[in-house]
Every structure is written in structure tokens, then in C-alpha cells.
Design a protein around this ligand. Sequence first.
Ligand SMILES: *Cc1c(COP(=O)(O)O)cnc(C)c1O
Length: 375
Amino acid sequence: MNIPVAKPYMTRDEAQAAYDTILTGWITQGPRVAEFEANFASYTGAKYAVAVSNCTTALHLSMIVAGIGAGDEVICPSMSYIATANSIKYVGAIPVFAEVHPEDFNLDVRDVEKRITPKTRGILLVHQVGNPADIDAFTNLARKYNLALIEDAACAAGSAYKGSKIGSHSDLVCFSFHPRKVISTGDGGMVTTNNEAYYNRLKLLRQHGMSVNDRVRHESKTVIFEDHVELGYNYRMTDIQAAVGIKQLAKLDWIIEERRKIGQQYNEAFRNITGIVLPFEQEGCFSNYQSYCITLKEDAKLDRNTLMQKMLDENIATRRGVMTTHRESAYKNHPYSNLEVSEHASDNTIVLPLYVPMSQAEVDRVINVFKELMA
Ligand SMILES: *Cc1c(COP(=O)(O)O)cnc(C)c1O
């Protein structure tokens, strides 16, 4: 039995939707994209949603729309996928790395406040492995210092904070549909917003800054010419991807339910093992369990890398927990200070297999091997 760490939930349904869309002859930025956006806005409870090519481009456009530019500082975690910090650098701004909480790896609001300077313009808040950060605390901090708040919700589609879905709380929330996330369109991204001006600018920027989109031109009975009103990008999503996304989104709540059931089985089975910390949700937070991430403490039976190798020897794939950006080669000249909590968390976490559907035999095998090695 070979157990991967993750795999996307794809069925004939998604394949058929892609097939049908290809044969309509409209294969990018058309009716399926509009439908996917409307469905995503209504699912999250946000006023608007704008589909883009991936979450990294969603973050890039959000930086522009928030008015972040050259020399500005934006505070974000180093402990995140590298795209978080990269998106800040794309606009010439400077990522300032702040610490995370050791228990749920989300940004530590007090540490963030300490790192605010006169140059700080924004906070990029990551919902780590789908587990919501304390949005209210960061909204208040952003108001106090007049900063933009952007949410990197790449992993958090379907997660909720204080009873509302992620995507509804603030003005720039970015999602990913990479196959490693809970729902996928191959690659793909979305920005949700409640701000109409942001919405209009995002639509412009993702399509070369073009004043009239293809669909409007196509449906018009009179000849219209477009103008390109500012420097834009090609960050479009295709209709083929959107058609897949529509099918995936309809299954999202069910997928999360299944993921949480597997997560609960792990929690139950590992409860009494000493030397490990199980994933947990802060009060008011509902996680989509994008990853099942365990922290190993000093008294754990094996260190993280040995555990990973021993599980691989049993044909069970695992991954290290979330990376730190400041220790990657691309950031070797980037200044930072005091990130011990992030480094320690990153070096001592392990992600166990979790996907849908996962057979009971597979779940049992992971549980038994992990317990044998660690209990
Ligand atoms: C996956 C991920 C991204 C990048 O998403 P893409 O869709 O691959 O561009 C950004 N931030 C975080 C936290 C992620 O996990």
C-alpha cells in the first residue's frame, strides 16, 4: 500500500465540465468564469469575487489595489509558502517578517505591532494550513495604524471565522486552487472583496488594463473599441478551469466534512502520545483541514526527519510543515530579526497524509505506523 500525502478530489463530473466547455468555443475569461465568480462570492458571503490565474497573481494584484508600492513595508510571516513574501516584492515593497504562535502557526499580533515603523503600509495575514488567524485582532491593528489588511487565504477556502466564511471579512482576500489545496482548478486563484472600486480595478488589472472586456464586445450590437487605461497583466483564468471550479465548489463543504472526519480519527488515535502537539482550532475558528500538521516536542520519540524517513520506509509519504521564507536562498540577503519561534515550528512539524477519498484501510495504516514509531 502506497499512501501519498495529498491528492486532489477529481471525478468524471469535473472532466465532463472541462470537455463541454472546450466544445462551446469560449475557453477563456467567459461565461464559466463569470459563473464561478458569482458562485464563489455567494459561497463566501463576499460582495464580489474576481477569478485570476493563481493565488500568487491574486496577491500581486491585491498589493497594487491596496496602494502598496516601492519602499513600503508590509508585515507578513516568514513561516509561509514563499509566494506570500514574493507578492510583496513584486511591487517593490519590503516584506518585514513577524513571528507566529507556536500552537497554530498564525501571525502573533503583538509581535506584528512591535515591527510597525513609519514605512509600514500593510499587513499580509496568512491563514496557516487553512486554520483561520484572528482576523478581528488584525483588523483593529490595521485601523489603529491606518494600514491595508490583505488576507492570504490560499489554503483557507471553506474555513470560517466567528461563524462567517473566510472571504467575507475584509476587502482583499486571496484564494488558491492549486492541486495541493482543498479544491482545485489545476492552477487558479480568486480575490474576494466587499469594495466596489477594488472590484473594478482588479477586473481591469487582470486583463491588460483593458477598458472593455471581450464578453461585452462580443455581445454588443454596435462596434466598440477598447482602451488600455493603465499597466495591466495577463492574469486571466480560463473557462476550462472555471468549469472545473464550479463543480469543485459545489462539493467543497462535503470535502471539508470528510477531511475533518479523518482529522478527528487522527486526533483520537494520537491523543495520548507524549511529545507531540495535535492541530487545534482557536475559539471561533473552523479549519478546512487543508493539512494535518503535528508538532514534535523535545521529548518526542523520534526527531522530525527520522520520523519522515521511517514512515517513507513504510510507503507513507509525509511532508515537513510550513517552510520559512527567510532561510531560502532567494532571501539570503534579506534582512530579518528574531524568528526563533518560526524556525523552531518549521523544523519540528510534520504533515500526515490527508485526502478525499481516503479508505479506512489507509487511515488505519497511517495511524498504526505512526503509533508504532511514536508511542
Ligand atoms: C499555495 C500558497 C500560495 C500560492 O498559491 P498559488 O495558487 O500556487 O499561486 C500562496 N500562499 C500560501 C500561504 C499558499 O499556501
